[in-house]
Structures are given as structure tokens and as C-alpha cells.
Design a protein around this ligand. Structure first.
Ligand code: RIB
Ligand code: CA
Length: 314
């Protein structure tokens, strides 16, 4: 698999799971502007891999600017700088990526692949949209694209209408959703809010006395505090935080962790109020197109935590 990340806290958990699980061949990672700047996300990705003893995993820095900048002033983000530290408290400073050509590396890697590769997209879809625009043939080497993004019956988390990864680059998301990907699995907030990590979990991870357990407890502590600070009556009240990105890797390891349904996902790229909204047509009528995605409507929390624990104890 190849992970596309904007390493932030839940990306760090996803990265740790993919790097530590024995059944996963992590071909490499690409980074992109999202939670943080491209350079901060790249540094954090390198820090996490160093901290868990997986510095051999290639990191290729991708795009530092959106595929299509928003025509509107960005909605004020009350959580700006709250959920994801500029610098994760793990690993060492001064590490450098294998290249600053993430999109080109993705295209070259897929073109020379000798077996199909799963792409796990847990950040704005900027890099993948660019790759598909330059080289649509790369889909011949793609086993499945798993996207953390969007929402159906839940409101957005960046605006009332839109989830962060889609809101950050809606035109990129539209390019991906319309690209004719044979096996596109979308993991929205409806599912990711069902896999919460709690302070009790952090204590358990620390007691594992593994590097992976240390990294995940270190990065999620700040993440839980952020939810408590910004959503004290919701998830924060549970002293927990949703591990959005980690659920995508858990699904790649054990698909039964998600309950999926075939839908058509459209992305709003014009309306100022609904910019970045994912509209879900489960009747395949209004959108006029056959289902383009398998959409996760629920997640199995117990199974998720079993998969995560299995990665952290190594
Ligand atoms: O909405 C959740 C997504 O936004 C996750 O990928 C998280 O890392 C943030 O980027
Ligand atoms: Ca992310």
C-alpha cells in the first residue's frame, strides 16, 4: 500500500499501523498540505517512522498547494492549530524526505508496479488528483483507493456542510470521485466517529512498552485534549478522539471492520455555503450516475481496537 498523509495526529496512528503490521507492505508515503503545511506534514511523517524504527520506509513530499484553490475566503477555522501540533513530540529533527517529487514518484511507482497497489488517502486529495490528471493510466495498477473523507448523516467537521479533507480541496476530490476508479472505498465521519481512542487506551498503549505504543500514546494525548477543548459536550466529554485515518488502515488490514454500501458520491465545488459537501445518492437516481463508491456507514469499534492493539504490541 501507499499512504498519502498530512501528518497530524490521526495520520500518525495510521502510519504506525501500516508500518508495523506484518501483513502490510508499505511501499512508501506521500505527503501533502492539509492539517499543516506540506513541510510540517513531511517532517512529522519522518519523525513517526524514525520513532518506530521504520526509517527505511520511503517518504516523498508531495504538493504544497491545492489542486484547485478555493474561490472563496476560507471559512474561519475555530480549531486552527488545535488538533494537530506543528511538530509531533516523537522522533528527531532534521530528517529529509527521499524526494520532493511525491506526485511524480506515485506515477512512476504505479507505472512500474508488478502487482496491484492499494492507495490509502487520509489527507486532502490534492496529490492523487494531480497524478490522475497527468497519468490516468496509473489506475491499471491500483487495487483499491481508500479515502478518509466526507460525511453522510453527520454534519461536517470543518464547516457544518463539509468534512476537512474534502473541504480542503473539493475539486481534487471531484476529480478522484469521477475518475472511474473500479474499487473506491470512502470512509466518512459517519464511520470514523465510531472508533474513538480514550485516555484509558493511552494508558494501555504506554504499558505495552513498545515504540509503537509510545508514539501512539504521545500523539493522541494532545488529540484528545483538543477534542475536549473544542467539543466539550460531544466527543470531548468522553475524553476521547476519533481515529479517522487509522480506521482506513484497519479496513485495509481487515475489511470486516467496516459496513459498506454502494452509493454515488458527488462533491459540491460551487456553492459558497456547501463548498466541499459530499452528497450521497443511495438511489442512483438524482445523480444520474451508477454508484461510484462503496461508502462506510458503520465501523466495528471492538474489531478496530483489536487490529490497532495488534499493531502496537509489536
Ligand atoms: O476530517 C478528518 C480528517 O481531517 C483526518 O484526515 C484528519 O487527519 C484531518 O486531516
Ligand atoms: Ca489526515
Amino acid at each position: 500500500m501507499i499512504l498519502d498523509v498530512d501528518t497530524g495526529n490521526d495520520d500518525a496512528v495510521a502510519l504506525t499501523m501500516a508500518a508495523m503490521h506484518p501483513d502490510v507492505e508499505l511501499v512508501g508515503c506521500t505527503t501533502v498540505v492539509g492539517n499543516l503545511t506540506r513541510d510540517q506534514a513531511t517532517d512529522n511523517t519522518l519523525r513517526v517512522l524514525h520513532a518506530i524504527g521504520k526509517s527505511e520506509v520511503e517518504v516523498h513530499a508531495g504538493l504544497a498547494r491545492r489542486f484547485a484553490p478555493s474561490p472563496y475566503p476560507s471559512a474561519p477555522n475555530p480549531a486552527e492549530g488545535m488538533f494537530h501540533q506543528d511538530t509531533l513530540p516523537v522522533g528527531v529533527a532534521g530528517l529529509t524526505p527521499h524526494s520532493w517529487r511525491g506526485v511524480e514518484w506515485l506515477v512512476e511507482t504505479l507505472r512500474r508496479a508488478t502487482h496491484p497497489i492499494t492507495l490509502i488517502q487520509v489527507a486532502p486529495l490534492t496529490n492523487l488528483a494531480a497524478a490522475l490528471t497527468v497519468a490516468p493510466d496509473v489506475l491499471d495498477s491500483v487495487e483499491e483507493v481508500i479515502v478518509m473523507g466526507g460525511a453522510w448523516k453527520k454534519s461536517g467537521n470543518r464547516t457544518p456542510a463539509a468534512e476537512f479533507n474534502i473541504y480542503a480541496d473539493p475539486v481534487a476530490a471531484d476529480v478522484v470521485f469521477r475518475a472511474g476508479i473500479e474499487r473506491l472505498t470512502v470512509v466518512p465521519l459517519d464511520a470514523t466517529h465510531e472508533v474513538l481512542v480514550s485516555r484509558d487506551d493511552l494508558r494501555r498503549y504506554r504499558e505495552l512498552e513498545t515504540s509503537a505504543g509510545h508514539v501512539v500514546s504521545a500523539v493522541t494525548e494532545y488529540y484528545i485534549d483538543s477534542y475536549y477543548a473544542t467539543d466539550p459536550h460531544g466527543i470531548g466529554a468522553l475524553l476521547s478522539a476519533p481515529l479517522h485515518d487509522a480506521l482506513c488502515v484497519a479496513y485495509a488490514i481487515e475489511p470486516a471492520v467496516l459496513e459498506l454500501t454502494e452509493v454515488t458520491v458527488d462533491v459540491e465545488t460551487v456553492s459558497p455555503q456547501n463548498y466541499g459537501r459530499t452528497t450521497i445518492d443511495y438511489l442512483h437516481g438524482s445523480s444520474g450516475t451508477v454508484g461510484n463508491a462503496r461508502f462506510a456507514v458503520h465501523a466495528d469499534s471492538e474489531r478496530f481496537h483489536r487490529i490497532l492493539d495488534d499493531c502496537l504490541k509489536r
